[in-house]
Design a protein around this ligand. Structure first.
Ligand code: NAD
Length: 477
């Protein structure tokens, strides 16, 4: 393990100290790998929330008046500020969320945060002439909404915050951020860094629990809620936003299926399958959560997956060798534990893992692969959101598609095949917002991303993502 340099450690501590300065109530934040205290997050009150919304409301007209070009310049500078503090941000994230520094984890997430912010700043959005017959001339443009609420989860806290606030700011809105109560320090640190560059009041942050989220998402001064989290909370936000007819983008839970067709080379796809399922130790909305494999290649795919999975080190995030970490919190550990136990009780075959240490101070659940499992088992039907993948055998592709479509959510899915045309035909029949071919969960700041069915509505990223943060206005004449 490389030992961290004193300079980096100093920066990390300085940034942690900066975000913990708060006169009111504070709460211990526990390292999910060790049980140690990472820091103490402010617990903001409803009065704090009111003041934050008032500041964001006051700042919005002058932020909008700066225009696209100036706002883009400032957002580019904010991305530079994130890059300058990248290592400190990654260390705070690793300690609080649990994800390792290396692999597609903490350093990768901070890189994604600045990358997505740059993309939101740089994407052109032109006024469109939607109709012109010589008599009628109609143009479509987008005005700012006002103050936007950004409410996020604990799995990718920094990157998802940027997904929400980048396009909102670019479009001339100001933002009130409400991070998850499990990972407030990561987001407080990110916002502190961004706010070294942006004018006062443009990004406000309120750290608190569900009641702060509920008050924010029902507040009359909020024009739009950008929400990423569970389907249950998404439904609560739909209800609480109704009285003031707020705009919503809802990125909710998923239970993504992967379908492996019989013509694959199992060894060639094993690593892609592994990271599709186990990125961020399975705590990813669009991770592969149910794997349907054709009988002809079933045993070979299982064997190849076990080989890859066995070689991936899991442990404390700050150890440079690890690429898998703990579950972020005990509740999530208990969900994974319950679901794997239900699979075991049904007679399913555990190929790897499945025997957690329940008395450890951290929340490590071993990398687990479960074969010969019935599709009706809870490990298949519920979102496990952790490092346990059920592998279901199928015999014909229509059956696999029906099973893939047999849940109420539809965020992502994937088809794995050598024949890409056949993979595309199968992909078109799956009810999901994105279907990947020979990969799973790969995202790009210019490619729209959003859910089908109860995985939510609205698109993020690219031009579509910018439009979602504006009020469409037709100029006719
Ligand atoms: P959660 O719904 O429990 O919490 C998310 C946020 O909502 C937190 O900040 C929480 O404080 C807040 N909140 C809780 N109750 C609220 C209310 N009534 N009104 C307003 N805000 C409220 O979700 P979580 O457990 O943090 O995240 C895990 C879930 O998020 C998983 O289901 C995962 O699939 C989903 N997720 C989806 C995406 C996506 O892009 N679709 C991305 C990441 C995570």
């Amino acid at each position: 393990m490389d030992s961290p340099t004193p300079v980096l450690e100093g920066t990390h501590d300085d940034l942690l100290a900066e975000i913990q300065s708060h006169d009111g109530e504070r709460r211990d934040i526990i390292d999910p790998a060790t049980g140690e205290i990472v820091g103490r997050a402010p617990v903001h009150s409803i009065e704090d929330l009111e003041r934050a919304i008032a500041r964001a409301t006051a700042a919005q007209p002058s932020w909008a008046a700066l225009g696209h070009e100036r706002r883009s310049e400032l957002l580019m500078s904010a991305a530079d500020a994130i890059d300058a503090e990248a290592e400190a941000l990654a260390r705070i994230l690793s300690r609080e969320q649990g994800k390792p520094l290396n692999g597609p984890n903490a350093r990768f997430e901070v890189g994604g945060a600045s990358g997505w912010l740059r993309a939101a700043a740089a994407t052109p959005l032109e006024t469109e002439v939607v109709f012109d017959d010589g008599q009628t001339h109609a143009e479509l443009q987008y005005r700012p909404i006002g103050v936007v609420a950004a409410i996020g989860p604990w799995n990718w806290p920094q990157m998802i915050t940027v997904w929400q606030l980048g396009p909102a700011l670019r479009m001339g809105n100001t933002v009130v951020v409400k991070p998850s109560e499990y990972t407030p320090l990561s987001v407080l640190a990110l916002v502190a860094v961004i706010n070294r560059v942006l004018p006062e009041g443009v990004v406000e942050i309120v750290s608190g629990g569900r009641e702060i989220g509920a008050a924010l998402s029902s507040h009359p001064a909020i024009g739009k809620v950008m929400f990423t989290g569970s389907t249950a909370t998404g439904k609560a936000i739909i209800r609480s936003s109704a009285d003031t007819v707020k705009r919503l983008t809802l990125e909710l839970g998923g239970n993504d299926a992967g379908i492996v067709l019989p013509d694959v080379d199992p060894k060639a796809i094993a690593e892609g399958l592994f990271w599709g399922a186990f990125i961020n130790t399975g705590q990813t909305c669009a991770a592969l959560k149910r794997l349907y494999v054709h009988d002809r290649v079933y045993d070979a795919v299982c064997e190849a997956l076990v080989e890859v999975a066995r070689a991936m080190p899991m442990g404390v995030g700050l150890d440079e060798a690890n690429v898998l970490g703990p579950l972020q919190n005990r509740q999530q550990f208990d969900v994974v534990d319950r679901l794997v136990e239900s699979a075991k009780a049904s007679g399913a075959r555990v190929l790897l893992g499945g025997e957690p240490d329940r008395d450890q101070p951290g929340h490590f659940y071993p990398t687990t692969l479960v074969a010969d499992i019935d599709d009706a088992n809870p490990l298949v039907q519920e979102e496990q959101f952790g490092p346990a993948l059920p592998i279901i055998r199928y015999h014909d592709v229509d059956e696999a598609i029906a099973l893939a479509n047999g849940v109420e959510v539809g965020l992502g899915a994937s088809v794995w095949a050598t024949d890409r045309d056949e993979a595309r035909r199968v992909a078109g029949r799956i009810e999901a917002g994105t279907v990947w071919i020979n990969s799973h969960g790969t995202i790009h700041p210019m490619v729209p991303f959003g859910g089908a069915k109860q995985s939510g509505y609205g698109l993020e990223f690219g031009v579509e993502g910018l439009k979602a943060l504006g009020v469409p206005q037709v100029i006719n004449g």
